[in-house]
Design a protein around this ligand. Structure first.
Ligand code: ATP
Ligand code: F6P
Length: 455
């Protein structure tokens, strides 16, 4: 039976209209929503009006004065940029079955929002406004230093110029900005985040899809933190090439468990060595044994982190599966993401059960997750935006600690390998033999990955 996503059930299309002054985190929130919904197989896309404006007007002569509402030429370009973005978005909704389009711009006046509202209604698309309101001057300055001084608008400009110019740009926007409120905007669907998430105002959230977006956005925070991911140490089943089960660690797996505290310390660095982590494992013995030497007090078990359920194939080797169920073996190779083991699960099923884990991960700070090959691939795919056709084929070796550091628009990845050998559990497409991935290691070919020394 196919698994449908929520958008199929409701058949709604939503346009999330970002609202807010510059440097309020709108692009960051918009990009995270797209990553989250895409991971859940909901066709989503962000239309960043700043990029359209740069295409039309270039960046050479752009400074704060361009954004003065009395600058007729600036206004002309800005109007054209939003019109082009909206046109492309409407085309994407109709030609590419778009479900959630995000219009990432300041949309700071009611006149602008009314125009978008009208267009959405004419095209039978639900408009949902998402405002980020922030009057914390320190945070705004920090945001400018974090992301705006390196924006394409300030190539070849020094940081001091960029900061002052951006502050002046904000002033021009402030002159015309109309924040959303329940009195004037009572008819609209909107969510207003005040000073990150210290207050959240919701108005007329109607569909299930809208409420998922609201719930996700409510859980976001911007405190710096890291997430560590590791597979369990090598297990007895790994040694025999069997899948699933609930076996103990092998001797080498136990050595990895003993080494893991050192790997974590190394990844923290000297200055952060006292950082406290929460450890999450699955309910299976091999992950708990792997966590058993970690000195952190808070350890939680999640059923949702258990390995992919191989149903009738649980306990078999890939070779046995190929001999006993050749059609299933081929079907899985043909579409590994969708294939569901008889009486078991598919990768898509794992993503669905991992959704609460992702929500909780967004809320939490430093977390170390010890889980299994398929589950780790799905978690990694969320953070690194790996498409479904690639994620089940990623090579994520045993005895390797992965550290993820979320940044404004990206995630830094570093991997620390323990100097303890382990079998490979990687099965290439078209064979039942296990071995190292022969093609490019997908998780390695992505940007920003740093491999640290073997420890
Ligand atoms: P612009 O209108 O110039 O495109 P923007 O509102 O899209 O600006 P971003 O580029 O997304 O702003 O700014 C990213 C910065 O905002 C990051 O440093 C991030 O930590 C911070 N940030 C994220 N969420 C919020 C929020 N809810 N309130 C304030 N700042 C936030
Ligand atoms: O072989 C280890 C293991 O965790 C199995 O228990 C699980 O079925 C398998 O990996 C998942 O990997 P794949 O989806 O590549 O078969």
């Amino acid at each position: 039976m196919p698994v449908y996503s929520i958008s199929h059930v409701e058949n709604v299309r939503v346009c999330v209209v970002m609202v807010g002054l510059p440097a309020r985190g709108k692009s960051l929130i918009a990009q995270k929503i797209v990553r989250y919904l895409s991971w859940l197989s909901i066709n989503s896309k962000c239309f960043n009006v700043g990029n359209y404006r740069r295409q039309l007007a270039g960046t050479e002569d752009i400074n704060a004065a361009f954004f003065d509402s009395n600058n007729a030429e600036g206004l002309k370009y800005r109007r054209e940029a939003i019109d082009n973005a909206v046109t492309d978005m409407m085309k994407w909704f109709s030609d590419e079955n778009g479900v959630v389009g995000i219009l990432d711009a300041t949309n700071s006046t009611r006149e602008r929002r009314d125009r978008i509202l009208k267009l959405c209604r004419e095209n039978l698309i639900e408009p949902m406004f998402l405002e980020s309101f922030c009057d914390d001057d320190e945070l705004i300055l920090q945001n400018i230093l974090d992301v705006k001084t390196t924006s394409p608008d300030y190539v070849d400009k020094d940081n001091e110029f960029a900061t002052q110019d951006f502050l002046q740009r904000i002033k021009f926007y402030e002159e015309i900005y109309e924040t959303m409120d329940q009195a004037t905007d009572s008819d609209l669907t909107f969510i207003k985040l005040v000073n990150v998430n210290s207050q959240i105002i919701l108005n007329r959230i109607e569909s299930y899809l809208e409420s998922r977006i609201v719930y996700y956005v409510m859980n976001l925070h911007i405190k710096p933190r890291c997430i560590w991911l590791s597979r369990h140490g090598e297990s007895e089943y790994n040694l025999t090439g069997q899948i699933g089960g609930d076996s103990n660690l092998s001797d080498r797996g136990m050595r990895y468990a003993k080494k893991l505290p050192d790997l974590v310390l190394k990844s923290l660095g000297e200055e952060n060595k006292h950082t406290n982590l929460t450890v999450w494992t699955s309910t299976l013995k091999r992950t708990q044994q792997t966590a058993s030497f970690l000195p952190y007090k808070k350890k939680l078990q999640w059923k949702a982190l258990d390995e992919l359920d191989a149903g009738e194939c649980d306990g078999m080797t890939y070779e046995e599966i190929e001999n006993k169920f050749p059609e299933d073996f081929k079907a899985r190779d043909d579409d590994k993401y969708e294939y569901r083991y008889k009486g078991g699960e598919s990768y898509r099923d794992i993503v669905i059960r991992l959704e609460p884990i992702i929500m909780e991960l967004e809320r939490q700070e430093n977390i170390l997750i010890i889980t299994h090959q398929a589950v780790l691939r799905c978690l990694y795919a969320y953070f690194m935006n790996v498409p479904q056709e690639e994620s089940p084929w990623m090579s994520i070796p045993l005895h390797t600690l992965i550290k993820l550091e979320p940044r404004a628009y990206s995630t830094l990845v570093s991997r620390i390998k323990a100097d303890i050998p382990a079998v490979s559990t990687y099965k290439e497409k078209g064979t039942s033999q296990l071995g190292e991935a022969s093609g490019p290691n997908i998780s390695k070919s992505r940007d920003l990955i740093k491999d640290s020394d073997v420890v």
